[in-house]
Design a protein around this ligand. Structure first.
Ligand SMILES: [Zn+2]
Length: 482
C-alpha cells in the first residue's frame, strides 16, 4: 500500500476514537438521583400567615441613601408587630438589636454547638407611587394576588421563616440546635445591619452550620435545553464595581476643535472594552450548575456540557455572541450605564465622564479588574475611579448536609423540581457571612415567573397567595431539621 493510505487509516482511527469518546461521555452524562422528598404536608393557619405578611407590607420601611428621607417610626412599627403577629415566637425567642435597624432573634435549641441562621431584611426600595395600579403599601388583594412593595423582596421570606417557627413552637417543637433569625433593616442601602450581626457572631465564637438568605428561586426555562422547573441555590455571589472614567481637556469653542477631545477618547475606551471582554473562568458554581442541569438538557447540550474539555470554544462562542445569563455566569461583565459631556451643544467639555457597572466573577477582584480595564484602554488621559466596589463572595460548599437540607425542603415543597447550585449575579447581605462560614446559601423560597421577577424593585410588585403560603411550608420543613 502507498504511505498516504496508512496516514488516512490512522487519521480515520483518530476521528473515530474522538467521536467515540464524545459519544460515550454524552450517553453517560445522565441525571443524578433526585433528592428524596418528604411525604407529609405541613399544616398551618394559612389565613393567619397571609394576614401577617400583609401587616408587614403595610409598614413603609423604605431605605434611602439620604437618611433624612427615612421614616424610623415605620421601621419601629414593624418591629413592634412581632408579639401580635407571632405571639409564640415572640414569647420564646430573645431579641437583640444591632445598628442598621437589625433584629436578631434567638430560638434556643437543645444544643448550642451548630446553630442555624435564617436571614432576611425588612427594608424595601423606594416606590414611584403614581406608576402603580395599586397603592404600594396597602397590601391590597385582587384575585389570588397581594400587591405591595416588599411582597417579593423580601417580607415574604421574613414572614415565612417567623410564621413557620411560630407554628412549630405552638406545637411544642424544640429544635436540636439554636436557630437565629437575622433581619437587617438597611440591606437595600448596603447598611451596617448584617455586618454588625456577623461581628457579634465572630466575637462570641458562634459558628453557624448553615446560613440561608434570599437569592435564587424556583423558575423554568432559564438553562439551555432544560424544560423542567429548577430551583437555584446560590453558593456564591458576584462582586461589583461602579467604575468612573474621566477625561479632562482645555475645553474651548466647538467651532475649531482639536483631535482627541474627551468624548472621542471615552468612545475609544468604550469600544476597546466592548471588543475585549474579560476572560472566561469556569468557576465552581458554574461548573456545578453545568454538571447538574447539563445532565437534564437536550442531547446537543448534554454533548457540549459533558465534553467541556473539547467544546469549551462553543460555550465561548455562545457567550460572545449572545451575552445574557450564560455569559454572566462565566465571566466578569461590563455594562455601560452613564455618560456626561458638555452642558451645551457648542462647547467642548472641559471634562467628560462615563460609568460602567461591572459584575465580578469569583475569579476576579476589584483591583485586578481595574488593572485589566486600564490595560485595555491603554491611555493615561483616561482616569479611572472606583465609585464603589465589593469583591465576590466566598464560595460555599454544596456537598454537605446543610445544602442537602435546603435541597430536601425544596423538593418536598415543589415536587419534581431539579435543584442546582448557581452563582448569584446580585449582591445580598449574605456575603458578609463568608467571613465565618462556608455554608452560606441564597435561596428565596418562591416559585416565580419571569414576569413576576421583573416587578422586584419595579412597579406593581406582587405575589401570588399560593406562592407566599408555599414559602411557609418550605420553612416549616427546613426548621424542623434543626
Ligand atoms: Zn432583597
Amino acid at each position: 500500500m502507498e504511505p498516504y493510505v496508512y496516514i488516512l487509516i490512522a487519521l480515520g482511527a483518530l476521528v473515530a476514537a474522538f467521536l467515540a469518546v464524545v459519544l460515550i461521555r454524552t450517553l453517560r452524562f445522565t441525571p443524578r438521583p433526585p433528592y428524596k422528598a418528604e411525604e407529609d404536608s405541613p399544616e398551618f393557619d394559612r389565613d393567619g400567615a397571609i394576614e401577617a405578611l400583609r401587616e408587614l407590607v403595610k409598614c413603609r420601611t423604605v431605605s434611602y441613601y439620604n437618611r433624612e428621607q427615612e421614616d424610623d417610626g415605620e421601621f419601629e412599627k414593624l418591629a413592634l408587630l412581632f408579639p401580635r403577629l407571632y405571639p409564640a415566637f415572640s414569647r420564646t425567642c430573645t431579641l437583640t438589636r444591632f445598628p442598621g435597624r437589625a433584629l436578631l432573634f434567638k430560638w434556643e435549641g437543645e444544643s448550642h454547638a451548630s446553630p442555624a441562621v435564617m436571614m432576611s431584611h425588612y427594608d424595601v426600595v423606594p416606590v414611584s407611587e403614581s406608576d402603580w395600579t395599586h397603592p404600594p403599601f396597602d397590601a391590597e388583594i385582587e384575585g389570588d394576588v397581594i400587591y405591595g412593595r416588599g411582597t417579593l423582596d423580601t417580607k415574604v421570606t421574613l414572614n415565612a421563616a417567623v410564621y413557620a417557627a411560630n407554628t412549630l413552637i405552638e406545637r411544642g417543637f424544640v429544635p436540636k440546635n439554636d436557630i437565629y433569625f437575622a433581619f437587617s433593616g438597611s440591606e437595600e442601602i448596603n447598611g451596617e445591619g448584617a455586618p454588625s450581626i456577623v461581628k457579634y457572631f465572630e466575637e462570641n465564637n458562634i459558628n453557624p452550620s448553615i446560613v440561608l438568605d434570599e437569592g435564587g428561586a424556583v423558575t423554568s426555562r432559564v438553562f439551555p435545553g432544560v424544560k423542567d422547573d429548577c430551583a437555584f441555590i446560590g453558593i456564591a455571589e458576584k462582586g461589583h464595581i461602579d467604575l468612573e472614567y474621566k477625561v479632562k481637556s482645555a475645553g474651548g469653542h466647538a467651532s475649531a476643535p482639536i483631535p482627541n477631545s474627551p468624548i472621542a477618547l471615552l468612545s475609544e475606551a468604550c469600544c476597546r472594552i466592548e471588543k475585549r471582554p474579560f476572560p472566561i473562568h469556569k468557576t465552581k458554581p458554574a461548573l456545578e450548575m453545568f454538571d447538574t442541569l447539563g445532565r437534564h438538557s437536550s442531547f446537543l447540550y448534554r454533548m457540549i456540557f459533558s465534553n467541556l474539555w473539547c467544546f469549551g470554544w462553543v460555550i465561548r462562542l455562545i457567550c460572545d455572541k449572545r451575552g445574557g445569563d450564560l455569559n454572566a455566569m462565566l465571566r466578569t461583565t461590563v455594562a455601560f450605564t452613564q455618560a456626561s459631556g458638555s452642558s451645551t451643544s457648542n462647547v467642548i467639555p472641559p471634562e467628560a465622564t462615563m460609568v460602567t457597572n461591572i459584575r465580578l466573577n469569583p475569579a476576579d477582584t476589584v483591583e485586578g479588574a481595574m488593572e485589566y480595564i486600564r490595560g485595555i484602554i491603554d491611555n493615561d488621559r483616561v482616569e479611572l475611579t472606583a465609585l464603589r466596589g465589593t469583591n465576590p463572595s466566598r464560595i460555599s460548599v454544596s456537598k454537605c448536609e446543610a445544602f442537602d437540607n435546603v435541597a430536601t425542603a425544596v423538593v418536598s415543597t415543589w415536587r419534581g423540581v431539579i435543584v442546582s447550585p448557581y452563582l448569584m449575579m446580585q449582591c445580598s447581605d449574605s456575603r458578609h457571612w463568608g467571613k465565618i462560614s462556608d455554608r452560606v446559601y441564597r435561596f428565596s423560597a418562591m416559585d416565580l415567573t419571569s414576569e413576576e421577577r421583573k416587578t422586584i424593585h419595579g412597579n406593581d410588585e406582587h405575589i401570588r397567595i399560593d406562592c407566599a403560603l408555599r414559602a411557609v411550608e418550605f420553612y416549616i420543613r427546613l426548621l424542623r431539621m434543626y
